[in-house]
Design a protein around this ligand. Sequence first.
Ligand code: NAD
Ligand code: IPM
Ligand code: MN
Length: 355
Amino acid sequence: MPTTPQRPPKIAVLPGDGIGHEVLEQGLRVLAAVAPDVTYEHFDFGAERYLRDGTTLPDSALERFRTEFDCIYLGALGDPRVPSNVHAKDILLGSRFKLDLYINFRPVRLLDARYCPLKYKRPEDIDFVVFRENTEGLYTGIGGQFKRDTPDEIAIEQEINTRKGVERIIRAAFEWADTHGKTKMCMSDKANAMRHGHELWQRVYKLVAAEYPRIQASHLYVDVLTMRMVQAPEEFEVIVTNNLFGDIVTDLGAAIQGGIGLAASGNLHPGRVGLYEPVHGSAPDIAGKGIANPFAAILTAGMMLGQLGRPEDERRIGDAVGACLLAGHVTRELGGTLRTAEAGTAVLDALSAQA
Ligand code: NAD
Ligand code: IPM
Ligand code: MN
């Protein structure tokens, strides 16, 4: 999965909307400290730009991301002034689809037990990765409305499951498990109710699993998966699932790892430019107050460096965030007193303190 560029890495920075700006600023401070050779270009795509001139994400920018950059570092998209969320769909889902970033890689790792809402769970109990399919499922927008605003109206949202799409995400999950010494895979669907698309997932899963006899391949319907994630998260090492279920279970994953302010993610296609973003959104309820937790964005920056072939930098950043959690140097939603910028400074201090 990682690509190692020959020249210094070049990152496209899209702060986006709301707290996206606030948390990315801290992520960039940490990147500057850990990887001073990295270069950046900022892009102003987001609600403000859309409201100003109607631009969401031009094809020319996508082409530049594809050809000139190693990574895209994104804050969050979503603004109450754009109720249709059209800009977010174009920029976020547009990047995922048009760059064909079919793997949404979302680790769920408890760094410090005190921030876990589950009783008696330790860091070693919550340490798994979700491989979320990222280019099809219920997210393609295929469907339509008929007789809108009448008592007879119909709204159809089609779920797309292609053999190619299902196979490549399942294969990516097994391949990652295999190369990272993992022995437990769980595929989650709802084949008991969704008999066509999810039956395809079941068939393909069995075929691919047979190629990895060392990995124990299990299956859970998604309703049971959510229950087990709460009751026995230690059962999981790698979870692979479709786009919508992956979205939902990774917010649950974020909650059990200590909160949405700690969850990092990467949108990936091996060998191509990846898009890295915290799992959380633009949080309009706290935007502009300087209180957002920047740790998810900082851990995302670490993931980005790891994927660029610098696992030691990723480890350092993870350890620094872990040290802040241990010391109680955290933002308010985690019971601390730090503001966003202070939490960024705490991570920088923890990095400096590393041997
Ligand atoms: P959200 O993740 O923005 O917020 C959910 C709750 O978590 C809010 O109470 C918020 O204050 C809190 N929260 C989120 N991030 C936090 C952080 N870093 N520190 C402290 N608290 C944090 O989800 P939402 O409210 O459903 O969505 C708001 C907007 O963001 C919507 O427009 C949504 O579509 C969009 N969104 C974008 C992305 C993305 O760009 N990747 C992801 C999720 C949601
Ligand atoms: C996420 C977000 C997005 C998604 C939204 C903003 C479309 O919730 O990245 O988790 O559902 O993929
Ligand atoms: Mn989500």
